[in-house]
Design a protein around this ligand. Structure first.
Ligand code: CO
Length: 132
Protein backbone atom coordinates (compact mmCIF):
# COMPACT_ATOMS: atom_id res chain seq x y z
CA UNK A 1 0.00 0.00 0.00
CA UNK A 2 2.65 2.58 0.94
CA UNK A 3 4.63 4.08 -1.89
CA UNK A 4 7.52 6.53 -1.98
CA UNK A 5 9.12 8.11 1.06
CA UNK A 6 7.76 11.66 0.86
CA UNK A 7 9.83 13.20 3.65
CA UNK A 8 11.58 12.75 6.97
CA UNK A 9 10.61 15.40 9.53
CA UNK A 10 13.13 16.66 12.08
CA UNK A 11 11.97 18.79 15.02
CA UNK A 12 14.45 21.56 15.80
CA UNK A 13 14.68 24.18 18.54
CA UNK A 14 16.14 26.86 16.21
CA UNK A 15 14.73 26.75 12.68
CA UNK A 16 16.99 29.46 11.24
CA UNK A 17 20.13 27.76 12.59
CA UNK A 18 19.07 24.33 11.30
CA UNK A 19 18.17 25.72 7.85
CA UNK A 20 21.52 27.54 7.68
CA UNK A 21 23.37 24.34 8.58
CA UNK A 22 21.60 22.33 5.86
CA UNK A 23 22.29 25.10 3.33
CA UNK A 24 25.88 25.75 4.40
CA UNK A 25 27.60 22.70 5.85
CA UNK A 26 25.45 20.15 3.99
CA UNK A 27 25.04 22.17 0.77
CA UNK A 28 21.34 21.37 0.36
CA UNK A 29 18.53 23.18 -1.46
CA UNK A 30 16.65 24.86 1.39
CA UNK A 31 13.25 26.56 1.04
CA UNK A 32 11.74 29.52 2.91
CA UNK A 33 10.01 29.06 6.29
CA UNK A 34 6.24 28.45 6.06
CA UNK A 35 3.85 28.86 8.99
CA UNK A 36 1.33 26.01 9.29
CA UNK A 37 -1.07 27.32 11.97
CA UNK A 38 -3.46 24.34 11.55
CA UNK A 39 -0.59 22.03 12.58
CA UNK A 40 1.06 24.31 15.16
CA UNK A 41 4.42 24.31 13.38
CA UNK A 42 6.66 26.40 11.16
CA UNK A 43 8.38 24.28 8.50
CA UNK A 44 11.33 24.57 6.15
CA UNK A 45 11.53 22.07 3.31
CA UNK A 46 14.83 20.78 2.05
CA UNK A 47 14.72 19.20 -1.38
CA UNK A 48 17.00 16.23 -1.96
CA UNK A 49 17.23 14.29 -5.24
CA UNK A 50 15.13 11.39 -3.91
CA UNK A 51 13.07 12.84 -1.05
CA UNK A 52 12.57 15.87 1.19
CA UNK A 53 13.56 16.77 4.72
CA UNK A 54 11.05 18.81 6.70
CA UNK A 55 12.50 20.89 9.55
CA UNK A 56 9.79 21.64 12.12
CA UNK A 57 9.71 24.12 14.96
CA UNK A 58 6.78 24.97 17.25
CA UNK A 59 4.30 27.69 16.22
CA UNK A 60 2.02 28.96 18.99
CA UNK A 61 1.65 27.83 22.60
CA UNK A 62 -0.19 24.52 21.92
CA UNK A 63 2.20 23.09 19.34
CA UNK A 64 2.06 19.29 19.08
CA UNK A 65 5.88 19.18 18.90
CA UNK A 66 6.54 21.24 22.05
CA UNK A 67 6.57 18.11 24.24
CA UNK A 68 8.88 16.31 21.82
CA UNK A 69 11.41 19.16 22.00
CA UNK A 70 11.19 19.19 25.80
CA UNK A 71 12.28 15.54 25.75
CA UNK A 72 14.78 16.11 22.91
CA UNK A 73 16.10 19.63 23.50
CA UNK A 74 18.65 19.53 20.68
CA UNK A 75 16.04 18.22 18.22
CA UNK A 76 15.47 14.83 16.63
CA UNK A 77 13.63 12.82 14.01
CA UNK A 78 9.93 13.39 14.65
CA UNK A 79 8.13 11.44 11.90
CA UNK A 80 8.48 9.88 8.50
CA UNK A 81 5.96 10.33 5.69
CA UNK A 82 5.01 7.73 3.13
CA UNK A 83 2.82 8.33 0.11
CA UNK A 84 -0.44 6.48 -0.46
CA UNK A 85 -2.80 6.62 -3.44
CA UNK A 86 -6.02 7.04 -1.42
CA UNK A 87 -5.98 8.44 2.12
CA UNK A 88 -9.52 7.30 3.04
CA UNK A 89 -8.83 3.75 1.86
CA UNK A 90 -5.52 3.73 3.74
CA UNK A 91 -7.19 4.94 6.97
CA UNK A 92 -9.94 2.28 6.65
CA UNK A 93 -7.41 -0.48 6.04
CA UNK A 94 -5.25 0.55 9.00
CA UNK A 95 -8.24 0.76 11.36
CA UNK A 96 -9.27 -2.73 10.21
CA UNK A 97 -5.70 -3.88 11.01
CA UNK A 98 -6.12 -2.51 14.54
CA UNK A 99 -3.77 0.46 14.15
CA UNK A 100 -4.61 3.76 15.84
CA UNK A 101 -5.20 6.45 13.23
CA UNK A 102 -4.79 9.84 14.94
CA UNK A 103 -7.81 11.92 13.87
CA UNK A 104 -9.45 12.42 10.49
CA UNK A 105 -7.51 13.34 7.34
CA UNK A 106 -6.33 16.98 7.38
CA UNK A 107 -4.69 19.06 4.71
CA UNK A 108 -0.92 18.87 5.29
CA UNK A 109 2.00 21.15 4.48
CA UNK A 110 1.93 20.23 0.78
CA UNK A 111 -1.79 20.98 0.34
CA UNK A 112 -2.68 17.27 0.27
CA UNK A 113 -4.63 15.17 2.80
CA UNK A 114 -2.57 13.50 5.52
CA UNK A 115 -3.15 11.23 8.51
CA UNK A 116 -0.86 10.21 11.36
CA UNK A 117 -0.49 6.72 12.88
CA UNK A 118 0.29 6.09 16.53
CA UNK A 119 4.02 5.45 17.05
CA UNK A 120 3.36 2.66 19.56
CA UNK A 121 1.68 0.67 16.78
CA UNK A 122 4.64 1.12 14.38
CA UNK A 123 7.91 0.25 16.11
CA UNK A 124 8.15 3.54 17.95
CA UNK A 125 7.93 5.71 14.85
CA UNK A 126 5.28 8.35 14.20
CA UNK A 127 4.11 7.74 10.63
CA UNK A 128 2.43 10.30 8.41
CA UNK A 129 0.63 9.13 5.30
CA UNK A 130 0.10 11.64 2.50
CA UNK A 131 -2.17 11.16 -0.46
CA UNK A 132 0.12 11.43 -3.48
CO1 CO B 1 5.34 15.68 7.72
Amino acid sequence: MIGRLNHVAIAVPDLAAAAAQYKGALGAEVGAPQNEPDHGVTVVFITLPNTKIELLTPLGPASPIAGFLEKNPSGGIHHICYEVADIEAAAARLKAEGARVLGAPKIGAHGKPVIFLHPKDFTGTLIELEQA
